[in-house]
Design a protein around this ligand. Structure first.
Ligand SMILES: [Zn+2]
Length: 152
């Protein structure tokens, strides 16, 4: 991970919400505020929107000098998702990225790095969509534009 990314992460930690606030977010979502959930919630909520995988979070947590098993982090992210606190985005190599931005929006996906960047919904117009299969309704429709760096 680059030093710059690390700096961004550390700044985000400085700006983190109080535990009291995180506990309230968890309770409102119907989740028991366990120590792990409060800690992970503190890294995700109340700051700039983030796209994280369990692996990215695992590295960040180790960098902060905390020990948490990858499986614990993974479970926690899935529980947050089930409770409606995170969105799930499938990224490259079947990695599941979790998104703290719950508003309707689209993504650029850098296929080399796996990095997701938000696209404002208002900048996209979709000209036509096929009719849905019988017996189904659309749950959501989000665009992922896969990008790769040009070889100069
Ligand atoms: Zn996003």
């Amino acid at each position: 991970m680059s030093t710059q990314n690390l700096e961004i992460m550390m700044n985000q930690v400085d700006a983190k919400l109080s535990d009291v606030h995180i506990i309230q977010i968890l309770k409102d979502a119907g989740l028991r505020p366990t120590r792990q959930r409060i800690f992970i919630g503190g890294l995700l909520f109340g700051q700039e929107h983030r796209h994280v995988s369990a692996d990215i979070l695992h590295i960040q947590i180790s960098t902060l000098g905390q020990k948490m098993a990858l499986a614990t982090i993974y479970n926690c992210l899935h529980q947050f998702h089930k409770a409606g606190l995170l969105k799930q985005v499938n990224a490259v190599k079947d990695v599941i990225m979790f998104d703290t931005n719950l508003d309707y929006h689209h993504h650029f996906l850098n296929v080399d790095t796996g990095e997701l960047t938000d696209i404002d919904e208002s900048t996209v117009s979709i000209g036509g969509v096929p009719s849905l299969p019988d017996g189904f309704e659309a749950e959501s429709m989000e665009l992922i534009i896969r990008v790769k760096q040009l070889n100069n």
